[in-house]
Design a protein around this ligand. Structure first.
Ligand code: PEP
Ligand code: MG
Length: 588
């Protein structure tokens, strides 16, 4: 077998075989020296200012050439980097250091970067902590200019067919690479939400991130296999290995072509049961992906983005217009709007709405967030409820409450909805009197109270991202705990089962909208446990549909419940293997 195998996190699926193109962008080595007279100080300041201007010009050029196909969040990061280049902390504080310490420009910039990165690293907020990468990207661009290093990407034009191997990719790198024919990405840093991941998924090419020391083990130009399914890269292979992976690569492509064909076929199992497959949407732009895969209906619309990156709250009208755009685009397919889930992983640093209400800075995941925050700020919440109620006359809309922990929260929310209805009625505005109101089951307490909650709700949706986090006390964003974030931990499976059964007993639909719903490995297990509605990243819909079409749900139902008696994740995972293997053999 292959002589070197490195493990990381597979964040975009598929297999690629190609030559490694090494990009080491972080922290170029720099000389540090003192300036002996005032004239040298003046020259150094001029050199620094010139480099900042050149970096701004470079980024502007990249921004002006952003292809329309680039994901919006990457494009907006370029703007953020431009703003950072104009900020005093980067554009003028190093000049002060040159004057005060009489040090060369690179050294001054490095000192300033270390100070800024240090501030970011001290922060509790995981989102803010990751912003130190942005400081690095911006500072490295200036350093490269100061050091007269070429921007490899600007001059290469030779990336077609290559596997990019880098420590990290900046948003500008990813924009530059968009149309270069790169076949895979491998990075030392990064996680499921990094720029590399977003770009790889939008290009539909494999990516493995978080591969420690990859730049030490891989040589420029050597042949690599990237397996995005299991997050592994292989180097130094013999001909036999290469032939094996070429075959897998071809199988992969055939599978892709097959999945594209599934676009218009219904999600019906072999024994004739119809399963609902919907998309998770964060931005109205995500609807393009829904269309590409032929998805109908949104099972989770995360409304937070309208509230982020701004000082004032969005007005009722703005929210209404936003929802209306989606309802119209969905053209009769259902839209489940989740009310504001601000806080913890969905908060911006220094968000005054959280701070002024005494949000927990020490433990934001357990703090004043989501429905807790909304119930505390009834005026803000009611504005959103009114917008949702108003749009409910335009198409099939559902309202979904996140992070429920008690029946009391449901009752309070229902009371606010009633108040909003009365207000709208008085104002002569229309709404759907029977707007379905559901709740997310993503805290163990909610799963354990599911029977009581079901009496007051029209549907459940299981949020496994948080349910796993809270059940196993494993921070969903902490890459050090990846091995502990187990969807099939016996405790998690029991909570899922409890929720499904409580929903069925009460006669209300139970969906799942956490990442587990879009994980093909668990589709059969969830079908066997009685789940009939799945909502996921739209790109996963064809593959999940394919599995459903090749599953016999009656058979799965007979077998699956045995998993609930297994004592450990090792055994539940083996059980999943068995369930999938048996179903695959039966389908042959
Ligand atoms: C979840 O927690 O599983 C979920 C779908 O919500 P979010 O990922 O937005 O917290
Ligand atoms: Mg959640």
């Amino acid at each position: 077998m292959a002589s070197v195998g490195l493990k990381g996190m597979g964040v975009s699926r598929g297999i690629a075989i190609g030559r490694a193109y090494l990009l080491q962008s972080n922290q170029p080595a720099i000389a540090e020296y003192l300036l002996t007279d005032d004239e040298l100080v003046a020259q150094e300041i001029e050199r620094f200012n010139g480099a900042v201007l050149a970096a701004q010009a470079e980024l502007r050029r990249i921004r002006d050439r952003i292809p329309v196909s680039i994901p919006v969040d990457i494009a907006s990061f370029i703007d953020t980097h431009l703003l950072m280049l104009e900020d005093k902390a980067i554009a003028s504080d190093p000049v002060k250091l040159i004057v005060q310490r009489r040090c060369n420009a690179e050294w001054a910039l490095k000192l300033q970067r270390d100070a800024l990165v240090n501030v970011f690293e001290q922060m509790d907020d995981p989102y803010l902590r990751t912003r130190k990468d942005d400081v690095d990207h911006v500072v490295n661009r200036i350093l490269r200019i100061l050091l007269n290093h070429e921007d490899k990407l600007q001059v290469s034009g030779k990336l077609a067919g290559c596997v990019i191997v880098a420590d990290d990719l900046s948003p500008a790198d990813t924009v530059t690479m968009q149309n270069e024919g790169v076949i895979a990405f491998v990075t030392e840093y990064g996680g499921p939400t990094s720029h590399t991941t977003i770009l790889a998924r939008s290009l539909g090419i494999p990516a493995v991130v978080g591969v420690r020391n990859v730049l030490r083990y891989v040589r420029h130009g050597e042949q690599l296999v990237v397996d995005g399914h299991i997050g592994v890269i292989l180097a130094g292979m013999d001909q036999q290995d290469i032939t094996y992976y070429r075959r897998r690569h071809a199988d992969d492509r055939r599978q892709h072509a097959l999945l594209r064909k599934l676009k218009t076929t219904p999600a019906v199992s072999r024994d004739g049961r119809s399963i609902s497959l919907r998309g998770n949407v964060e931005l109205p732009e995500d609807l393009a992906e829904m269309k590409r895969v032929g998805a109908r209906g949104v099972g989770l619309y995360r409304t937070e983005y309208l509230f982020l990156n701004r000082e004032e709250l969005p007005s009722e009208e703005e929210q209404y217009e936003d929802y209306l755009k989606l309802v119209r685009a969905l053209n009769g397919a259902p839209l489940t709007i989740r009310t504001l889930d601000l806080g913890a992983d969905k908060a911006l640093p220094g968000d005054r709405r959280l701070e002024t209400r005494g949000g927990s800075a020490v433990n934001p995941a357990l703090g004043l967030r989501a429905i807790r925050l909304c119930l505390r700020d009834a005026a803000m919440f009611k504005t959103q409820l009114r917008a949702i109620l108003r749009v409910s006359t335009e198409g099939p809309v559902n309202l979904m409450i996140p992070m429920l922990c008690s029946v009391q929260e449901i009752l309070q929310t229902l009371e606010l909805i009633e108040q909003a209805k009365r207000e709208l009625g008085r104002e002569g505005k229309f709404f759907d009197e029977r707007l379905p109101v559901g709740g997310m089951i993503e805290i163990p307490a909610a799963a354990l109270s599911a029977e009581a909650m079901a009496r007051h709700l029209d549907f459940f949706s299981i949020g496994t991202n948080d349910l796993i986090q809270y059940t196993l006390a494993a921070d969903r964003l902490d890459t050090n705990l990846g091995h502990m974030f187990q969807a099939t931990h016996p405790a998690v499976l029991r909570l899922i089962d409890m929720t499904i059964r409580a929903g069925h007993k009460a006669g209300i639909p139970v969906a799942m909208c956490g990442e587990m719903a879009g994980e093909p490995r668990y589709t059969r297990l969830l079908l066997g446990l009685g789940l009939r509605e799945f909502s996921m990243q739209p790109a996963m819909i064809p593959e999940i549909k394919h599995i459903i079409q090749n599953s016999d749900i009656e058979q799965l139902t007979k077998k699956a419940r045995r998993v609930l008696r297994l004592p450990s994740t090792v055994e539940t995972e083996l059980f999943v293997d068995e369930l999938n293997a048996v179903a695959t053999i039966a389908a042959c």
